[in-house]
Design a protein around this ligand. Structure first.
Ligand code: PMP
Length: 399
């Protein structure tokens, strides 16, 4: 595998070779379905339950509190819509934020169409949610609070411990999407006030298409996918054994190697940030310096468009993102950055660098070697100039 110049781990990570090795038998000789009665199902069942234990241990949970899903998107849907369906007689109000991943925001929009009410708490200029604002938004009919642990785009590590405490004090379930934080921040649900936690396999260097929802004992939600009753009836369908095995192994390794990974990656990220801010004029770090994911640098470069930067970098062998991964196709500026009060045209010039287990000094050298020249060249051609007002005709449309 080659990762030279790849600094977009947030949108997709390589699978650790140790994980691939653990998965292989379940794509070859161990083909049984975990649901069957005969002996071909035994290895599948055992592997699935071992993997459940590994994922559970990585966040201090019991195996019985883990439901495997097809990824974080499904886990977020399960949490948000599953609670809404279960508790709709109790109340129809949900509190969330303006910076959640689309797999939380879009289900919430769906629920609004179905008669629920959602309060989206804003963020400050650094991208932080204020626990007091969450507290103020909770009403008698609030059934769920959903706030992500970290925003993978602008790097904020949100005060979810305090937010969970606020929800708990009011007797409201608290859901948190920890996908962007999993690899970098220790998570222990035995001490943290989390009722529902969304986890993803690829973000810990496991395969894509697998995830899990942690559901604290006693928290109840409605199933969204009905069928054969797998995963305690919460998620029917033949289990993805190889995927679960890979996720389990990846989660175990990520937890064991977290400190070492952070210690190695953070200085790389800092060198990239300081290098760009120090050599290219009119550049700004998006998001905070402190309480920031150690693998994330999000930098806006004034007077150029992020997409042009991204494509020029790609030609030099560097892969990064320009906004939130999922809106990359629309070329709209990131809703997260707009919510932080960053101007439309400024948000357009943002680059998101995310590091991971295979990032090296070489990757940083490569970016610092080519980006100043690219920025200078694009600025010469750019219609955006210092002091110019944003022109929607030029920059507001879909390209
Ligand atoms: N939540 C967050 C915070 C994410 O970054 C992502 C995408 N990596 C998801 C949810 C959705 O993950 P998936 O596309 O694997 O379902």
């Amino acid at each position: 595998m080659t990762t030279k110049g790849y600094l977009d781990y947030q949108t997709g990570s390589p699978v650790d070779p140790r994980v691939v090795e653990a998965m292989l038998p379940y794509m070859t000789e161990q083909f049984g379905n975990a649901a069957v009665l005969h002996s071909a199902g035994d290895p599948a069942r055992e592997a699935l339950e071992a993997a459940r234990g590994q994922v559970a241990s990585s966040i201090g949970a019991d195996a019985a509190e883990i439901v495997f899903t097809s990824g974080a998107t499904e886990a977020n849907n399960m949490a948000v819509k599953g609670v809404a369906m279960k508790l709709r007689k109790k109340g129809k109000h949900i509190v969330s934020t303006v910076i959640e991943h689309r797999s939380v925001i879009t289900p919430l929009k769906y629920l609004v169409r179905e008669g629920f009410e959602v309060t989206s708490v804003p963020v400050d200029a650094d991208g932080f949610v204020d626990p007091k604002a969450v507290e103020a938004a909770i009403r008698d009919d609030t059934i769920l609070v959903s706030v992500m642990m970290a925003n993978g785009e602008v790097g904020t590590i949100e005060p979810v411990g305090q937010i969970g405490d606020v929800a708990k004090a009011k007797g409201v379930l608290f859901h948190t999407d920890v996908v962007a934080a999993q690899t970098w921040v220790p998570i222990d649900v035995s001490t943290l006030p989390f009722d529902l936690v969304t986890l993803s396999s690829n973000d810990v260097y496991g395969p894509k298409g697998v995830g899990a929802l942690y559901i604290r004992k006693g928290a109840r939600l409605e199933a969204l996918i009905h069928g054969g009753g797998q995963e305690r009836g919460l998620r029917s369908g033949s289990e993805n054994i190889a995927g679960a095995v890979g996720f389990g192994k990846a989660a175990e390794i990520a937890r064991a190697e977290m400190d070492a990974d952070v210690a190695r990656i953070k200085p790389l990220r800092d060198r990239l940030t300081d290098g760009i801010l120090g050599t290219i004029t009119d550049t700004t770090l998006n998001g905070p310096r402190d309480r920031r994911l150690p693998n994330n640098a999000n930098i806006r470069i004034a007077y150029v468009e992020g997409e042009s930067l991204l494509l020029a970098l790609d030609m030099e062998g560097v892969q990064v993102s320009s906004g939130s991964a999922c809106s990359a196709k629309t070329l709209e500026p990131s809703y997260v950055q707009l919510a932080m009060g960053i101007k439309h045209e400024e948000a357009h010039g943002s680059l998101q660098f995310t590091f991971g287990r295979w990032s090296t000094d070489e990757d940083v050298d490569l970016v610092l070697g080519v980006l100043p020249g690219i920025a200078e060249r694009l600025r010469k051609m750019s219609a955006l100039k210092p002091g110019m007002e944003y022109d929607k005709e030029k920059f507001g449309h879909h390209h």
